[in-house]
Design a protein around this ligand. Sequence first.
Ligand code: 3HC
Length: 306
Amino acid sequence: SFSTTASSAHQQPTISRITVIGGGQMGSGIAQVAATNKHEVTLVDVSQAALDRGQGYMAASLKRVAKKKYATDEQAQAQFVDEIMSRVSLSTKPTDAVSRADLVIEAVVENLKVKQELFAQLSKAAPAMAILASNTSSLPIGKIAEHLDDASKRRFIGLHFFNPVPQMKLVEVVRTSEADEAVVESAVAFVKAIGKSPAVCKDTPGFIVNRLLLPYMMEAIRLLERDVASAQDIDTAMKLGAGYPMGPFELCDYVGLDTIKFVVDGWHASGEGLAGNPLFAPSKKLDELVKQGRLGVKTGKGFYDY
Ligand code: 3HC
């Protein structure tokens, strides 16, 4: 109702404490960017080994930034990295870690059930006003929240970051039909406060970027399947002819062919309004590469060898 929206607009606190669940490439990137911009961050994963890996990602990326910022001054570089890392605490206990959070961002495995079960716990353990967000790239935000109570549905949104998080300037802010306007506004302010640009979008498959990027990648693969041109020439064409920083095959290898297949197959089979859409039809070439374990940069082989 109007009165709920109006009152929560006054109550929605400024976001300063962030808890990020999942210390993979995305989660650690989000933690890094939030900490860089003076937020107090807790990064959560299931084991100390996973947290160590996440911390390693952050340190490596921050060192790159520091080297550019303080070219010859190694002491200033180390100080810069340490200062930012000091704002990131690590935890293996998600419910403890969210107990004082203003914003919880989930970046765990792309599995609906895992996310639903996680948020069932987090929605009870986090402060009542805390914003709950998922960094999912392919699952409907409304589905992840569907078993939560109404109050939690009103504070549940998508916050979709891009890879590499420290470098990519966009965050999609995904608004479900149930989300409070004050929550969306607060999330938009947070995105700006961490130096990113928000794009607000309805809860639809792929939001904006992936809804356009995946058909583009799949069409590039189909050009290759039809032997129209080599992967190198298609990449060169899109980089020099359309100004993309990476060609479609470089981008596929960078994102991971298993990830692309998972998303495309999910949409093509399960629907969300895309069932049977030829844009997301399976590709023999993609299926073969995934079957061979050629998943892209992370396995050393994909469309290219690394
Ligand atoms: N941390 C810190 N800095 C980084 C970094 C990282 N992880 N990765 C790159 N950089 C910095 C480099 O230090 C360099 O800085 P400088 O220009 O100031 O010296 C700058 O970024 C450029 O890096 P490189 O010179 O190594 O290479 P590029 O110029 O090719 O840039 C890129 C790399 C930013 C990754 C660029 O190629 C790019 O924008 N590619 C497209 C990426 C993209 O489309 N991502 C979206 C994928 S889809 C997605 O994420 C959605 C998911 O849901 C599937």
